[in-house]
Design a protein. Structure first.
Length: 153
């Protein structure tokens, strides 16, 4: 019975550890979701900026419109810079999605580990309850024997 109680204490300690690990994983996952939302917002802002530059260039570049070469160069430079900013805003989104996926995987792993510990604790509790009933039955039998009662009376 002492061995079962020792196992129970070990499982309780493991359960507390798994709960702490799950809480940390949950915090990391929540943080990664916030970072992903921020990165996606920055990407949307850059996409809107790029689209407005594109629309402006298309509107000013009507068929038959003559542009000064320096104006054309400025338009191309602005368009190129906007595209580079858009590309630069896209990379953090990719990284944030990857981080979020990793954090979610870690969180799920922690939840599974926590569930396994809980199942082991439940199984051990069943064994402890059974052992307690058996000890109680033995104590009742011993008490009956001490009172002089025969077996089965």
């Amino acid at each position: 019975m002492q061995d079962e109680w020792r196992k129970s204490r070990q499982l309780n300690a493991a359960s507390r550890l798994r709960a702490m690990q799950r809480e940390r994983a949950q915090l990391a996952y929540n943080r990664s979701l916030r970072e992903l939302a921020q990165a996606e917002h920055r990407l949307r802002v850059e996409q809107v900026r790029y689209d407005s530059i594109q629309a402006h260039h298309e509107a000013s570049g009507c068929i038959g419109a003559t542009l000064d070469p320096s104006q054309h160069e400025q338009r191309l430079l602005a368009q190129t810079a906007a595209f580079q900013r858009l590309e630069a805003a896209h990379q953090p989104v990719i990284e944030a999605r990857s981080l979020s996926h990793s954090a979610m995987s870690q969180l799920l792993k922690c939840k599974v580990n926590e569930d396994l510990i809980d199942k082991a604790k439940d199984r051990l509790q069943v064994l402890l309850d059974k052992a307690a009933r058996e000890y109680e039955a033995i104590d009742i039998f011993d008490a009956q024997q001490a009172q002089g009662m025969g077996h089965g009376r």
